[in-house]
Design a protein around this ligand. Structure first.
Ligand code: SF4
Ligand code: SF4
Length: 709
């Protein structure tokens, strides 16, 4: 053994033992690999360019690049709710990046620095540090891959299964097998590269055994093992040479395959994150003014926005959306992951690499996506945003589904019950089909007049919404809120018969024309009023008033009643008369929480009321939709026979908590859905529903007297 020298001698020969023709062959293979990779990437870019551009606003490139770098570097989106998978991906990611950069440094030294500049930096301390770094990160790669294999092969979580909710007629019945093979091939190929890399290092050490290679500790240990077994010198060198070729050729093949395999997410994932629209789903895109009927929504694959075509390739099949989706969980024929994968198959067959290579598409070429994706799949969506919120690569399922619904609506292909409700809204201005004169009838039981905000100035314009106006159970909650406001001296008024359905869910079912006319009418009415801020207890109205009415010129400060109640409590205009002492659980409405990030205010109100809040396992951004959103409350049932409704599953979750008195909601549709679910799930008597205002009214003593309570 030679003594450790920390000078210029610590290095190794890159092409040790290779003939000149073999080196030439190696460079030829590199050129071929890079050419295939470049062709594949170019085809991907061409595919995205064939989408109908202009629907997705993309600006502020520097800000986007910095944000993407932060998200990718920290794995903030990948780690969410899956810390073990997040750790595994972090190890694989940094292991891969360091090995890739290490290879690039070596190529720079061999092909440019040394032959062109005469500068040989790959020796001495640099070489030792380089060896240590690559060895340790190579080990990290192996550990990360092992965790993934353990999860996939042993733990087998639901999200990684390719079970489809609509087993009766999945469009790609045999695809689960293809996907599973692809997943394991991706994992296996990385394993193979990492292990042959270590073997290569170990054979080299066993052949030459320089002491300084202890700086590559894992390779060195393996090399010492071979030496201990007597496998050294010439035999080890022969093995080194053979492994060098195997490792090198497989690595080049792997690189060239990136645009064609699961590895494409390495390119499309960060690109998708970079062009993500932070308003996706919350603020839907208006139709272009000059859109022809055939250009409404997504009916064919080339109608997709380039960003949405990119999304399809970014999907890693992690299944997080599949696990979070309330439709999937309760047996509706929809999985957001499968929707993305099916659209990807169509895109590949019609526009992508598969089309370019003449490989038979899995769906017929140029297949219209309506039909391939069944209408019932699209109508199953609750537009709850659970999928968009959890997707680690920023895929925008909700706008994609919404665009496809728009195309269905344009063709008149919709659920009969939904069609009837939309007609009712069109003729009466509300989803209950009531006369507009009845809209303010709920105020008759109050012993004070509620201002007409169209005639008198008011501090707050209360946009009540359909359910809170017409549904008898919800009217009680509206009356509770009105009494609190009145007693606290809040100057408020309503639009009386001038209010129309806000249209949030009309827009989410894809009826853009009706949404526009409702919104225009409301914007005109509200614009004629004098007020400071808008109040609503309906998160659906809140979302569209706050995020979508500005598209039509209606930009106001919009408050949810939980925000206002907290403001009144904090300002001292309301104070708790007594601590209620109830154990309660709170359900985050999708349109308030995931859509608009209002999580803390309702909880702070409950705390101020003296309630003990017990969280359900699925809370805040992981809340579980009641099943009403996205217009589902107006449609026929689509879930599998015998399956629970999402609202029933939620009540089970609440009842499983220890001795909770009240299930607290802050959304009129939740009041309706959960009052019903408490009965149908068989939990009557075990838990009761309270709207936030009702608890507040019970507890609060406004600084003025609670007249009429
Ligand atoms: S929005 Fe909700 S219901 Fe629709 S696909 Fe996503 S998770 Fe499922
Ligand atoms: S769409 Fe997103 S969350 Fe769903 S499987 Fe693909 S990468 Fe995962």
């Amino acid at each position: 053994m030679t003594p450790i020298l920390l000078g210029a001698e610590e290095t190794r020969e890159t092409f040790a033992g290779l003939e000149t023709w073999q080196i030439v062959l190696w460079y030829g293979l590199i050129v071929l690999s890079v050419a295939i990779f470049t062709w594949g990437v170019a085809r991907l870019v061409l595919k995205y360019r064939r989408g109908r551009a202009g629907q997705q606003p993309i600006g502020r490139p520097l800000e986007r690049a910095a944000r993407t770098a932060r998200i990718v570097a920290t794995h903030a989106w990948i780690r969410r709710r899956e810390p073990l998978s997040g750790l595994a991906h972090l190890l694989v990611f940094y292991g891969f990046v360091v090995l890739f950069v290490g290879t690039a440094i070596l190529a720079f030294q061999d092909d440019f620095a040394e032959p062109v500049l005469g500068f040989d930096f790959w020796r001495g301390w640099f070489y030792l540090g380089y060896s240590l770094f690559l060895d340790v990160f190579g080990a990290a790669l192996v550990v990360g891959l092992s965790i993934f294999a353990f999860k996939r092969g042993v733990l087998r979580p639901f999200r990684l299964s390719y079970w489809r909710p609509a087993e009766a007629a999945p469009p790609l019945a045999g695809e689960a097998r293809v996907y599973r093979i692809g997943d394991w091939a991706f994992l296996g190929s990385l394993f193979f590269l990492a292990l042959t890399g270590f073997l290569l290092e170990a054979f080299r050490i066993a052949a030459f055994d320089p002491d300084f290679e202890v700086w590559a500790p894992f390779g060195w240990l393996l090399g010492q093992g071979f030496i201990g077994l007597g496998f050294e010198d010439a035999a080890a060198d022969d093995a080194r040479l053979a492994t060098w070729w195997v490792h090198g050729v497989v690595a080049l093949f792997w690189v060239s395959s990136i645009p064609f395999t699961k590895a494409v997410h390495m390119l499309a994932g960060p690109a998708g994150v970079a062009v993500t629209d932070k308003h996706a789903g919350r603020t839907l895109a208006p139709l272009p003014a000059d859109a022809k009927p055939e250009e409404v929504g997504y009916a064919t694959i080339d109608a997709l926005d380039p960003k949405h075509l990119l999304d399809l390739d970014a999907c890693t099949k992690c299944g997080k959306c599949h696990a979070a989706c309330p439709a999937t969980a309760t047996g509706y024929p929809l999985s957001p992951r499968d929707l993305v994968l099916d659209l990807r198959e169509v895109a590949e067959g019609a526009l992508g690499n598969r089309a370019a290579l003449g490989i038979e598409p899995r769906f017929p070429e140029h297949a219209p996506i309506l039909g391939t994706i069944k209408p019932e799949t699209l109508w199953s969506c609750m537009q709850c945003m659970a999928c968009v919120e959890i997707c680690p690569v920023g895929i925008e399922h909700v706008p994609i589904i919404n665009h496809m619904r728009r195309a269905l609506v344009e063709r008149g292909e919709m659920d009969g019950q939904l069609q009837q409700t939309l007609e009712t809204i069109y003729t009466s201005g509300n989803s209950f089909g009531e006369s507009k004169r009845k809209r303010a009838r709920w105020t008759r039981d109050l012993d004070f007049e509620v201002k007409d905000a169209r005639r008198e100035r008011a501090e707050l314009l209360w946009f009540v919404g359909d359910y809170a106006s017409f549904d008898p159970r919800n009217q009680r909650a509206s009356q509770a809120l009105a009494r609190i406001l009145h007693a606290a001296g809040v100057d408020f008024g309503i639009l009386h018969d001038g209010e129309r359905t806000a249209g949030n869910d009309v827009r989410r079912v894809g009826e853009e024309g009706l949404w526009t006319s409702l919104a225009e009418e409301n914007v005109a009415t509200i614009s004629g009023c004098r007020f400071d801020r808008i109040l609503t207890s309906d998160p659906h109205s809140y979302n569209t008033l706050k995020n979508e009415y500005p598209q039509l010129g209606g930009s106001w400060t919009v408050l949810h009643h939980s925000e206002l109640l907290l403001e009144l409590l904090e300002s001292g205009r309301l104070s708790a008369r007594k601590g209620l002492g109830y154990r309660v659980t709170y359900h985050d409405p999708c349109a308030l929480g995931r859509f608009n990030g209002v999580y803390d205010e309702p909880r702070a109100v409950l705390e101020a009321l003296g309630c003990e809040l017990v969280e359900m396992p699925r809370n805040r951004d992981n809340s579980f939709c009641c099943g009403a959103g996205g217009g589902r409350i107006w449609m026929q049932e689509l879930r599998a026979e015998g399956a629970q409704r999402p609202s029933e599953s939620r009540i089970d979750e609440a009842v499983a908590l220890d001795a909770v008195d009240y299930f607290v909601v802050a959304c009129p549709k939740d009041v309706t859905m959960y009052e019903d679910a408490i009965k149908t799930s068989g939990h009557q008597g075990e838990i009761e529903l309270r709207e936030l205002s009702e608890l507040a009214l019970e507890s609060l003593a406004p600084t003025r007297t609670l007249a009429g309570v």
